[in-house]
Design a protein. Sequence first.
Length: 340
Amino acid sequence: MSTVDLHGRALANLRLSVTDRCNLRCAYCMPEPEYTWLAKSLILSFEEIARLVDAFVLLGVDRLRLRGGEPLLRKYLPALVELLAARTAIRDLALTTNGLLLAELAPQLARAGLHRLTVSLDTLDPARFRALTRRDGLEQVLAGIAAARAAGFRKLKLDSVILRGTNDDELVPLLEFARAQEAELRFIEYMDVGGATNWSMDTVFPRAEMLARIAAAYGPVTPLVEHSSAPAERFLLADGTVFGIIASTTQPFCSACDRSRLTADGMWFTCLYARTGFDLRTPLRAGASAEDLAALLAARWARRTDRGAEERLGLYRREPLAESAELRHDPHLEMHTRGG
Ligand code: SAM
């Protein structure tokens, strides 16, 4: 069954945040000195998550990505992966991690049935890693990537948020690193999402400049023509290397967006830029079945008109989505709560 919104976009892809906690403090995501965390009692149990996922599956969701915060901080995560992997209607079960705890967990995640892994990696320089994330740990991340490969994860992806003046000189080294790991690299434009309180257009390193810089190093860059709702446009270099660019800031792709996001406490967001979400925890804890929940979701999705990133592009003066005080008051506005 496929459920479409008012722009004809199917509900096919769910990003599931399993925790709002993170063990890094990346400058583009969590630059503040302090945060308001979701109350522990509100965090969904694995059984509750599974019941919600069943509701989404009833409506046609067949791609699921676990996110956070840092998903590997969620206790017993492989048990959740096992529960979800048993749902055969989910043809793509993926997880995005900063990689810090991956060396330890990659074998368990593989055994639990996780299909794919994406690791965020913005720099290959340890001092820069420390400056950007306010924590040490590049070595651990690299060990995590090696462990993921050793555990048998193929089609590994690496995601790099590129900030002007911070790491825009690392496009080529990151591409070389990804190639050596047989991983596909995706460059991400710095987005003015909730949490990015230091965002300004001056610090965005746009897709056009990324392409120019890569072409200067490697020669012609050929776009791959694909019909997909994936956020990354993919490109081919003459030597066969494929990489992606996620240009949500300068070239949004709302018209193909089939993604929605569920926070660890059961709030459902139908757009990354949405100011408000839809509370699924209350009906869930009141005993709603997967079918009851599916009816709620379908009614909501059928009214969806979100085009958040395109609307941001149309703004005369573009500033961070939310101020620090607003984020402390409503942590659901945060990227690390929504799961990116
Ligand atoms: N902790 C995990 C990780 O680091 O991959 C998963 C959660 S993180 C919020 C998910 C993704 O959002 C990461 O790839 C991160 O780089 C990206 N992200 C966070 N803030 C961003 C921003 N302002 N612009 C672009 N990407 C951002």
